[in-house]
Design a protein around this ligand. Sequence first.
Ligand code: G3H
Ligand code: 13P
Ligand code: ZN
Length: 308
Amino acid sequence: MPLEILGRMYEKANREYYAIGQFNFSNLEFLQSAVEAAEEMKSPVIVACSTGAIKYGGIRNLVNLTRTMAEKCSAPVALHLDHGTSMDHIKMCVDAGFTSVMIDGSHHSLDENIKLTREAVEYAHKNGGITVEAELGRLGGIEDDIKVDEAHACLTDPQEAVRFVKESGCDSLAVAVGTSHGAYKFKGAVKIDFDRIATIKKLLGIPLVLHGASSVDPESVAVINQYGGKMKDTRGLDAESYHKAIRNGINKVNIDTDLRLKWTAVVRKTLHDKPEEFDPRNILGPARAAVKEIIKEKMKLLGSAGKA
Ligand code: G3H
Ligand code: 13P
Ligand code: ZN
């Protein structure tokens, strides 16, 4: 089917309390993994490009690949801009055919964030009814080239969120509730403010988004280190964290790091096990298959499997 507007996918997810996975990509293989997983799991899927991914893959290439794969898929596929930070990013992606965009003004003051988000909403809604995600509060970790240390991260304030959504008109809101981007999320126990999610959901009612939601699978990390990698001991979200977050109102869960880790683990192992191999298809093929399996697992965990 043609690319789906993300807002349409949200209607059912919000009503039935499940989340749709956002899977980031910048190349052919990750996109194939996500769309094939959607087909096999009968799950809606969001495939997303950061501005860095767009720079790497080329916007026309990425949009056309996604359109072509979505056409052949019987489950709905939305193409989303992850962490756009300016109107130039929003216009570029809306004009190119994305069906959802994120405007991330979380590094600005509240008033400036509202103003920028309002502008993005006006443009996206008027040009094809494209869905807009905004962010309030600030996650720790690394986004593109911006590193936010823990001292500058701050959780979303529920009352500010009410004013923010009313004045900006955004369709969905990314909330900062304790997660962070990248492989190094928690020191010790997983700490997520589930009550904050519930409070914000009660006040707003709109779809809420959880960024920095990878599990940081210890097995992938172990394989990476076994075959020459150098990753520190780390952990991410467990199955119970996903369930609790979704029960309290999260409808979109962003996953990038888990795919990268699995991909790296399989590529490292393949190169080690087959030192004579130099055909990229035989090196990338097994990684593509493994990434697809991770995505299928996530679709089951998030409750989107069978919802297409
Ligand atoms: O939120 C960040 C995403 O994982 C995108 O990462 O900017 O390196 O493509 P990237
Ligand atoms: P992870 O780094 O936990 O995969 O989060 C990705 C993300 O939030 C993309 O917006
Ligand atoms: Zn993010």
